[in-house]
Design a protein around this ligand. Structure first.
Ligand SMILES: [Mg+2]
Length: 429
């Protein structure tokens, strides 16, 4: 069985692949389907528990303690930076998600950063639990908490990378690929189909992407479209315009009830879409599963998921086909990797949601470089204005590919002059 690059195998395809694998030893593209033995069964609760209880990071490279001396939140224009220093004199500057930090910086300064001070960064996984408990932080679960925890985690991963002179990928099992294919995502709604087509053509021309995603429905709109008839017109029009070789994805951003989600999904099936993102309101787990069960194309979701228990349910019950943790909103690389590893037990792919701004586009590329069950194309929304120096990658989408930086940590340096211009953010009491 073969798949073109515009189709991700469905649960049915993968199950039939499992049967076919008795006769055919290999699947052509191992990023499209995992081993047949992983496809054919549903993971047990005990197996999923084990993923969450085992260490995620391999830190045996880091022989000496890396004690966090300080964490300073800086702001330059609309960008936020985090400067983390160790007691041994290391200093790293990393990029939180700017939009979320602008909303939640008091929580970061008061409730999150203090948990990491004077602690050995090698205890990072334990610290993720402690920060969740600290001062009843768990009551803030959601972007308010986890986007700030991700900022701290990324700072500590960079610190560990610099201390050991190892790339972050080494802490997660090692790099598997450097050239990361991307899909260019459009953020538009409410424009006429022909106007959106022109916009998508521009995205493809600028990036060389071999895959695109556009928005359907009205976003949390209880079945209302952003423009009457836009969704039904766009689905065939995008396929007709870009041809069979282009991988097409579409995101309803929680627009539909079950019946309408299936109705729209059937049109996407007819035009061979690669996945259908967030068909129902994001926390309608049962309805989303019903939609996934009713369709042959994969259903994707999870950008608004913060509960590891809910992730576990989604994996155990195949609540979606493709898992989409956000590396910033969901609490960082470790939690997203735990989601990926649970998904791997069920033969599920991971295609992280990319929170735009800061270095979100680069973070997704790093995650894709070391995650075995990563999907074929990663989300890309264009580069941001944050100035970085990187000798190993342009960080741009070229011919549809972004190269993953190499070198210690994340392999980039935020321009020192830009950091100098940033001012420190303080708590206003
Ligand atoms: Mg989405």
């Amino acid at each position: 069985m073969e798949f073109s690059n515009r189709q991700i195998p469905t649960r049915r395809d993968c199950l039939s692949l499992a049967a076919a694998a008795a006769l055919v030893a290999t699947v052509e593209n191992d990023s499209m389907c995992l081993g047949a033995d992983q496809q054919s069964r549903r993971p047990t609760k005990a197996e999923l528990d084990r993923v969450l209880s085992q260490p995620t990071l391999d830190l045996h490279f880091v022989e000496q303690p890396v004690v966090v001396k300080s964490m300073e939140l800086l702001k330059a224009g609309k960008e936020y930076l985090l400067r983390t220093r160790s007691t041994s004199g290391l200093e790293v500057v990393t990029a939180p998600n700017p939009t979320r930090m602008s909303e939640a910086y008091p929580i970061f300064l008061k409730n999150i950063a203090p948990v990491f001070i004077n602690r050995d960064a090698r205890e990072l996984e334990q610290l993720l639990w402690e920060v969740y408990r600290h001062g009843s932080n768990y009551k803030l679960q959601g972007i308010a908490l986890w986007a700030g925890v991700a900022a701290a985690e990324i700072g500590l991963l960079e610190l560990l990378g610099q201390a050991s002179q190892r790339p972050v990928a080494d802490f997660f099992g090692g790099q598997r690929k450097r050239d990361i294919a991307v899909y260019h995502a459009s953020g538009n709604r409410g424009n006429k189909p022909e106007v959106e087509i022109e916009y998508l053509q521009k995205l493809v021309a600028d990036s060389g992407a071999k895959a695109i995603k556009f928005r359907l429905g009205g976003r949390m709109s209880r079945n209302e479209d952003s423009l009457p008839g836009r969704t039904e017109a766009l689905i065939p029009l995008v396929r007709k315009t870009f041809g069979d070789a282009m991988a097409l994805y579409a995101d309803s951003n929680s627009s539909y009830d079950t019946a309408n989600a299936i109705r729209i999904g059937k049109i996407m099936e007819e035009y061979q879409y690669g996945f259908y993102e967030e068909p129902c309101p994001f926390d309608w787990l049962w309805e989303t599963k019903d939609v996934a069960d009713a369709l042959t194309i994969p259903v994707a979701g999870g950008e608004q998921e913060f509960s590891m228990r809910n992730w576990m349910w989604m994996v155990e019950n195949r609540g979606v086909d493709i898992l989409q943790p956000d590396l910033h909103y969901g609490g960082g690389f470790i939690r997203a990797t735990q989601v990926a590893r649970m998904g791997a037990l069920a033969g599920m792919q991971v295609v992280p949601h990319m929170s735009g701004g800061g270095l979100g586009y680069m973070d997704v590329v790093h995650f894709a470089s070391f995650t075995p069950n990563i999907g074929p194309f990663m989300e890309f929304k264009g580069n941001t204005a944050l100035p970085v120096e990187c000798s190993s990658s342009s960080l741009k989408a070229e011919n549809g590919i972004v190269r993953c930086p190499t070198g210690p940590g994340f392999g980039v340096r935020i321009e020192p002059d830009f950091v100098k211009r940033a001012r420190r953010v303080e708590i206003i009491s």
